[in-house]
Design a protein around this ligand. Structure first.
Ligand code: EAX
Length: 330
């Protein structure tokens, strides 16, 4: 028989760069967990695709994979780490296993509900330091911080106005130990679960509630199966636009530059569209008959006090120096 494709020597296949396909085009898979429609994350990823493809004259092809089609956030992160997926836009949810320092952003009520404060920290030297550390420790490069947003509690049992109201409620959290600890500190029972399973878990009442930013409560239609919303903003959740660093470094310099610029476009579109989606989304939630609880500063303080222990629980994993640096930067 004829043996093809595995000989030694300079065949065409062997000469091409590992980042290129047979036509010499560099292909990038860009994965995330938000819905393919009615959600700003896919809009931002399309803007990235458009920018990169246009500015590389077709030398790069970007394909987006929304709605967890390549697996949950944990599988997507593993994929980027291994290089089977080149890029992903992920929340902090799946990172602690390989990079516990990321949980600095998962500390309860760290940020005031003011995006100006958040952007200053994420886009400043502290944000850069965290991205550098991530790269050094995991081989995953963060190109930009986007916005999942301030996370709020929803449930189908009762309004939550004070920490005691959480008592006994089963709350789905991300597979992130800090998030679980927060729910526990409030007296709830945390149930970690992948994002794409949440709607049906709420519908079948496997869990009573969950916590997510407004945009996802709307685009994932959680409001159809949840009655109560408390706007406590316990966590500001960034998205990390990540790329496998080995792949990134295999690219010609001019293409790396376009990708860096494309990440800035992605960030701008994502944050702006998120703000619009929140505004429109609040109307959707009200019209759907959700009972929305806003907390007074005093009420919010009670939640802060009840969850203070979480900082002590995680400070050695995060690193006390880094934790204090972020607190100071806020
Ligand atoms: O893509 O799992 C969650 O609740 C996150 O907000 C989601 O992964 C974001």
């Amino acid at each position: 028989g004829i043996i093809t494709g595995c000989g030694k020597g300079g065949t065409k296949t062997e000469e091409k760069k590992s980042s290129e396909n047979n036509q010499g085009v560099i292909e990038i898979k860009l994965s995330h967990s938000s819905p393919a429609t009615n959600d700003r994350l896919e809009t931002a990823c399309q803007a990235f695709k458009k920018y990169v493809e246009e500015h590389t004259n077709g030398r790069v092809k970007v394909t987006t994979y929304p709605a967890s089609v390549l697996g949950g956030e944990r599988e997507q992160l593993e994929g980027v780490q291994m290089g089977t997926i080149q890029m992903a836009a992920l929340s902090t949810g799946p990172f602690p296993g390989i990079f516990p320092e990321i949980m600095v952003f998962d500390m309860p009520y760290l940020f005031p509900q003011d995006t100006r404060v958040v952007y200053k920290v994420l886009d400043g030297p502290v944000g850069q330091e965290i991205s550098d550390l991530l790269l050094k420790k995991t081989g995953v490069r963060n190109l930009a911080f986007g916005e999942n947003g301030f996370r709020h509690y929803t449930n189908s049992v009762r309004p939550i106005k004070k920490p005691g109201d959480m008592k006994g409620l089963k709350i789905r959290t991300m597979e992130n130990p800090a998030h679980m600890a927060i729910v526990k500190a409030l007296g709830g029972s945390p149930t970690p679960m992948a994002f794409n399973e949440v709607y049906s878990a709420l519908q079948t009442k496997t869990v009573d509630g969950q916590e997510n930013p407004i945009s996802l409560i709307v685009s994932m239609k959680f409001y159809e199966v949840q009655k109560y919303l408390t706007l406590d903003g316990h966590i500001y959740n960034p998205y990390l636009l990540i790329i496998n660093d080995k792949f990134y470094n295999s690219l010609p310099e001019d293409i790396r530059k376009v990708i860096d610029e494309g990440a800035k476009v992605w960030q701008k579109v994502e944050r702006e569209e998120n703000q619009k989606q929140i505004e429109a989304g609040m109307k959707v939630l009200k019209n759907a008959g959700m009972v929305i609880t806003e907390l007074t500063p005093e009420e919010l303080e009670a939640f802060k006090q009840a969850t203070k222990t979480v900082y002590d629980q995680f400070k050695s994993q995060i690193g006390e120096e880094l934790l204090n640096k972020v607190i100071k930067a806020v």
